[in-house]
Design a protein around this ligand. Sequence first.
Ligand code: MN
Ligand code: MN
Length: 293
Amino acid sequence: MQTADRAAAAYLGLAIGDALGSTVEFMTPREIAAKFGTHDTLCGGGWLHLKPGHVTDDTTMSLALGEAILAEGCVDALAAARAFDAWMRAKPVDIGNTVRRNLLHFRKTGNPEAPYSDHDAGNGAAMRVLPVALATLGQNEDEVRKANAAQAHTTHNCALSDAACGCLIFMVQDALRGTSKNELLHKYAHPLAARFPEFRFRAVKQSANPSGYVADTLRAVFQSFFDTDDFRGCLIDVVNRGGDADTTGAIAGMLAGAMYGMEEIPEAWLKKLDSATASACAMQARALIQLRK
Ligand code: MN
Ligand code: MN
């Protein structure tokens, strides 16, 4: 399987996971089961009352960032902050508190780096790492971490968020090269949990109702990603945990897309995904992996 195919699947997977999860965001697994049995269609609705196949900030912030990267030819902090600020001005359907607060700080100061805070450990920077992962494919670890800091610190300047972002980026990049899931587990997921016990996802109870705290998010994503064997199964498992389901869906969809490729993405989900979103994701995936050449 080609890297380009996996990159497109990662971006479409992100959008599909976001659209699928948005229907059940902030519901508990019990509420989801009562209403849907198993939630497994892109039927829209949810607290945002979305049309079927429509996406939220997880996808639209990623696309805003990807556009800025393509315009600059690299990941640039000021360009990212401006892109996010323009995105906020366009009245997105949803926006995280930390994102809003620190973008308002940027408007006031012109400084694209938010003040450091251990409290800003939400998943808002981790949900939009994909364009960085694609644009920095082939660069060394230091360059990749610097590129991510440029985008992440516009809103989340926090060690735990940085660790999560780095882990996700390296997992996606290795998956794009065809690395096995078992290798990703031992090379990235376990070491992250060893360094930061907050991320432990084994020998702890199954994550239900994950919050927007980045460690909660990654625990749910890792349990679903490593305990299922295909794209569909992974996404259904993670969004039916409820909680911040659009974001766990988006991140799991990105990983599962990179791992399993386009062939594994269910036709019904691809068809339902908003067509403007789908073409933007496919276009950016192609363009971003070309940047390094
Ligand atoms: Mn969202
Ligand atoms: Mn969310």
